[in-house]
Design a protein around this ligand. Structure first.
Ligand code: MN
Length: 264
């Protein structure tokens, strides 16, 4: 084998690049450290700017989204979202949030998420980064109702459902992007140990997570891979290669060839 062990790329499958004080600096950091990053958006109104910042970048790939926490006040951006989905193979952040403070918008959340999934299904080749806080079952039900594995590849971001929910999700074809916060507690590590090898991805959810008193950045996935390897009792190199293989499959589903698009 002549594999160059030092060049396995790292991946941040859920990061709000456009919400850092200096997005351009963050994109430059991703390029410098060869971190392939899925730059999710929170509102369709922010999509054109996010796309401009990341456009044509070899490492940072923008996704169009409408965060479930803001669906209540941003419901009128739904047509923009649907138009964006026709434009972009990468979708996120979308999903459902079952927390008490978002209960008021629940019906609209279900409607918006269902329409996103149905449109993604109709168009095909869509990868979707999905928020599911306190709504794991409902998210899985929506995925099952509106999508097929041939057309839509769901990534459950920062998944915190039960091990049984995770098994169901895997059966539906879901991937899991894991961030360091899930590795901080036994419930999280037990869940992560239960996930199939071929569905594991890494993420930061920066800048909404922190390390000490600084916001996480995509470069922090390097540490996440190390910690994941420890939790799953394999070497860091094996873990990195596993995530890279999964990532390549996910991007290929959306028609992006990382070997061509992101030379090492
Ligand atoms: Mn997020």
């Amino acid at each position: 084998m002549t594999q160059q062990h030092t060049t396995v790329r790292r991946f941040d499958f859920h990061c709000h690049i456009d919400l850092y004080p200096d997005p351009a600096a963050m994109i430059a950091a991703c390029e410098r450290s060869a971190i392939v990053t899925l730059a999710v958006t929170t509102t369709p109104n922010a999509w054109p700017q996010n796309r401009k910042w990341t456009g044509g970048n070899l490492y940072v790939h923008p996704a169009i989204g409408l965060h479930p926490e803001v669906v209540g006040e941003r419901y009128d951006e739904l047509p923009l979202l649907e138009a964006g989905i026709r434009d972009s193979r990468l979708i996120g952040e979308v999903g459902l949030d079952g927390s008490q403070q978002h209960r008021k918008s629940w019906k609209r959340q279900i409607e918006v998420f269902g329409r996103v999934l149905a449109e993604a299904e109709r168009l095909g080749g869509r990868v979707v980064s999905i928020h599911s806080r306190r709504a794991a079952r409902d998210v899985l039900n929506s995925i099952e109702e509106h999508t097929t594995r041939a057309h839509v590849l769901p990534i459950l971001h920062w998944f915190s459902g039960s091990i049984a929910d995770a098994r169901k999700a895997a059966e539906l074809g879901c991937y899991f992007s894991v961030n360091a916060r899930s590795l901080d507690h036994e419930t999280g590590t037990a869940l992560i140990r239960s996930l199939p090898d071929d569905r594991l991805l890494t993420e930061t959810d920066g800048p909404f997570t922190s390390i000490g008193d600084r916001a996480t950045t995509p470069c922090d996935v390097v540490t996440t891979v190390e910690r994941l390897a420890a939790v799953r009792s394999i070497t860091v190199q094996e873990m990195a290669q596993l995530v890279a293989a999964n990532a390549q499959r996910v991007f290929a589903f959306a028609g992006l060839n990382l070997e061509v698009d992101t030379p090492a």
